[in-house]
Structure formats: C-alpha cells, structure tokens
Design a protein around this ligand. Structure first.
Ligand SMILES: [Zn+2]
Length: 466
C-alpha cells in the first residue's frame, strides 16, 4: 500500500499501530524536514496546572482548558500563513469547549477551522491538524492513554487505537499533539506498543519536536528560550490570553480585588485561601453587591469532616452577611474568578522561571469560554445547596467521595443526625437529570448571556489576526 498524504514521521507512527508495517512512502512524501519545520509537534502540557486539569464529564471522558487555548493560537498562527486547521479530539465535550473558545474570537471571514471528534473526521484531511488528547499530568488516564491492542485489551481500548490513528492521519503537513509529556512516558514504560508508547519512541527523531506549553504561557517580561517556532506561537498565544505575574499570594489577592472591582453584573469566585485572607476581600464583595452585582463564593473548608473549626464557620457566617451565595467546598484547589460571565481568570500556575516557584494568573476574555468554565465547575448546581431534611438548616457543604462523586453534606453541629459520619449526605446528580437531553452535563437554569453552543463539529470562521 502506498500513501502520499502524510510524511514519514506520522507514517512510522501509525504503521506499527494499525497497518502492520504495510504502508510505504509515496514519491511526494518528504524524506526529511528541518528542525524548524517538524511534522509532529508534541505540545507538552506538563506544568500548566489548572489549565491542564481535566474536568471529567463522565467516567472516562472530559475536557480541559489547555486544548481550546492552544488550539485557538495554532489556528491563528497557521491561518496567517493561509493554512487550514482541523482540530480533532476523542470527546464531544472537548470539541464543544474548543468551538466556544473559537466563537469568542470569531469575527468575519470564511471558515478555516473545523473542530470535531475523531469519529466525525474519518475520511477528512487538513493541512494542519491539532490532535487534542485531553490527557493531563495530574488527571486520571483517559481513552488515549489506555488505548491498546494488547491481547487482554478490551474493545474500548482497541477502538482507542483506531481513534488515535484516525486523528493522526488526517494531516497533510503538520500534526500537533496536545498531551502531558509525563503521561506519555509513563504509558510508554508500561506499554511500548501502545499509541503513546509509539509516539514516545519517535521523540528525539527527525521530524518530531516537543514544545513545553509552559514555556508559551509566561509573563511578557520573562524571557524564555523556546526557539523561533516557539517564539511565534507564544506571540500568537499572547493575543488570546493575558498572563500576569503574581509572585506571591499578596499579588494574587491584588489581582482578585481588581477583578472584583471590575464586575458589573455577576461575580463567581473560587477562593481556596485561609479564612484570614478571604476575610480581607469582604469589603470588596460588599461594594460589588451594593452596585448590583450578584456574588457567589465557593470557599474552601479547611477543617476535617468531623471537627469543624470555629474560625471557618464564622468566616462562612461573615461571607453570608455580604454575598448572595456562599458554599463551603471540602475539596478545592482552584483559583478562579468569572466576572460578568465574560472574563475568566485562572490562577495557580507555575511559570517557567529561575526559581520555578512563581505563579501566574491567566485571563481569558469571552462569554462562551466563561460559560464553559461555569458549566464545568458545576457553578449553577453547586450554588444551590438544598436544606438539610433532618435539621431544616442550610449549613450545607460540598464534599467529594471516593468515586469522585460530589455530595451535599450537613455540617450543622446541632443536626439530629449527630453529625460526623452520621451527618446527612446526598450525592449531587451532575450527569443526568430529568429533562436533560444529554448525559454530558446539567441543563442549568435559564441563561442570560450567549446562546447555547451548537453541536460539536461545526465550522467556525477563522479568528482575525490583530
Ligand atoms: Zn442537618
């Protein structure tokens, strides 16, 4: 079998996986490429923290912000060179998130980016392909990491190999693979014959290049060596996301305050800080409420399940006196602000720097992406805790169970259940609710803001370069 479409690096990769070595390079397949023109570019998401955190939308699927962000910049970069990009991913939720991020920057101009699942893109091809695997460093291994043709592999694992191949072979000139480098190495050690194992084996060969995503997302004043190609991509990325340097918690706090002051209609805050620091933003929250901003705060519950610390309980009371909705969460690490359902600030990101301890805050503007973050943080559902049916009070916190299920729990010390292990608990139903059309997410309350997303796989106009 002779194929002319994709170059040697991709051919080498898929040959071992699916064709049993039968593919031969056709006459037009370039035999070598310069290091500045690699055929496969692995965009390694390690170190992106919050941005590369996978939000599960089912037991073995999900989405992450890293994909839309990087895809958007790549589409823009290649669009400027007149090349069309296809973004392919295993999951409908990820395709949808990417489409929404693209809509936020869409202006006029014809469609030149298509986004869809690997299933949808069978038989298609594009000059540039972004293969967004949704495999993060600190997230559980999903479909692409578990893809395998080993004798003991399930049908699902086998179909993962097919999907991987479909994604990789849509390309004509360059494929970008967005994935955690450490996840790829970890899979490669255990299963060298798996798709990630084969990809790992190609790293270091000609035509394959690794670009650490954290070198792209750095404060502007920080100079990071990343090569000409990396510099171009970082430059394009900087038009889509603002990266501000926040050396310590005090600066983080200052960024949060600036965001709170900019709110006009609504403010959603996830604040993983200690009580003392959260209390510092109370006057800012009060001022926001006074000018008509609806304020919802998720605050970390730093105590254990059995012994509530009085300091935290009084913090919740203080916050309740100010903001509309306060929900303690037992598990929270994210630093997120969503302002007016248009601006998202994500924190807790270690930037590449001398010390490796610096943090940055990433700001993304756009109503579609903001809605996506709110939906996937389950903001609307989590902001509506029920009353405890046993004590009738609203001292309800959110906890997370062993199976990564979320639940409501009563923490009222006078609850007749006696609290502790006997406290009233109820699973929060996120995946399927009466009347919902899909199992992929909650329908939520009536929306203001942008219209609902169209089905994944739609063309969107190419973002205009500024
Ligand atoms: Zn109760």
């Amino acid at each position: 079998m002779t194929q002319n479409r994709f170059g040697r690096a991709v051919m080498g990769l898929v040959n071992g996986l699916a064709y049993g070595g039968v593919l031969q390079a056709g006459p037009v397949v370039p035999s070598s490429r310069s290091p500045e023109d690699p055929q496969i570019v692995l965009i390694d998401t390690d170190g992106l923290h919050e941005l590369a955190h996978v939000h599960l939308t089912g037991p073995s699927k999900g989405w992450w912000p890293a994909g839309p962000l990087i895809s958007r910049a790549l589409i823009d970069l290649h669009g400027g060179d007149g090349e069309t990009t296809g973004v392919v991913t295993p999951y409908g939720d990820q395709a949808e998130a990417t489409l929404e991020a693209l809509r936020d920057i869409e202006r006029d101009g014809g469609p030149s980016a298509e986004v869809g699942t690997a299933h949808r893109f069978q038989g298609r091809e594009f000059p540039i392909v972004v293969f967004d695997t949704v495999e993060g460093e600190h997230s559980r291994p999903l479909w692409m990491a578990k893809a395998s043709r080993a004798p003991e592999a399930s049908d699902w694992m086998r179909s993962g190999v097919r999907l991987f191949n479909v994604a990789m072979t849509r390309v004509q000139t360059r494929v970008y693979v967005i994935a955690s480098g450490s996840r790829i190495r970890e899979v490669a050690r255990k299963a060298p014959d798996s798709p990630f194992g084969q990809l790992d084996a190609l790293i270091g060969t000609s035509g394959v290049r690794v670009l650490p995503a954290k070198s792209l997302i750095t404060p502007p004043e920080l100079h990071v060596p990343r090569g000409e190609f990396g510099d171009r991509l970082a430059e394009v990325l900087s038009r889509h996301v603002e990266v501000s340097d926040v050396d310590d918690e005090t600066m983080f706090y200052a960024s949060f305050v600036a965001a709170i002051r900019s709110a006009r209609t609504s403010l959603w805050l996830w604040t993983p800080w200690v009580a003392r620091r959260v209390r510092m933003i109370l006057p800012e929250l009060r001022a926001a409420v006074d000018r008509g901003v609806r304020v919802t705060v998720f605050v970390r519950d730093p105590s254990d399940q059995l012994q509530k610390k009085p300091a935290n309980l009084s913090l919740v009371e203080d916050l309740r006196a100010v903001a509309h909705t306060i929900v303690p969460m037992h598990v929270m690490h994210q630093k997120i602000v969503v302002v007016d359902e248009r601006t998202v600030m994500l924190g807790s990101l270690n930037a590449l720097s001398q010390s490796w301890t610096r943090e940055v805050m990433v700001t993304m503007r756009g109503a579609y992406f903001a809605r996506k973050i709110l939906t996937h943080e389950h903001a609307e559902i989590f902001a509506r805790p029920p009353k405890c049916p046993r004590c009738g009070q609203d001292d309800i916190e959110i906890g997370r169970g062993a199976k990564e299920n979320w639940y409501w729990r009563c923490y009222n010390s006078r609850c007749p259940t006696g609290g502790g292990n006997k406290a009233w608990k109820k699973d929060i139903d996120l995946w399927r609710r009466p009347g919902s059309e899909s199992a992929s997410g909650p329908p939520g309350p009536p929306r203001v803001g942008p219209p609902p997303p169209a089905a994944a796989g739609t063309s969107v106009p190419r973002p205009r370069r500024t």
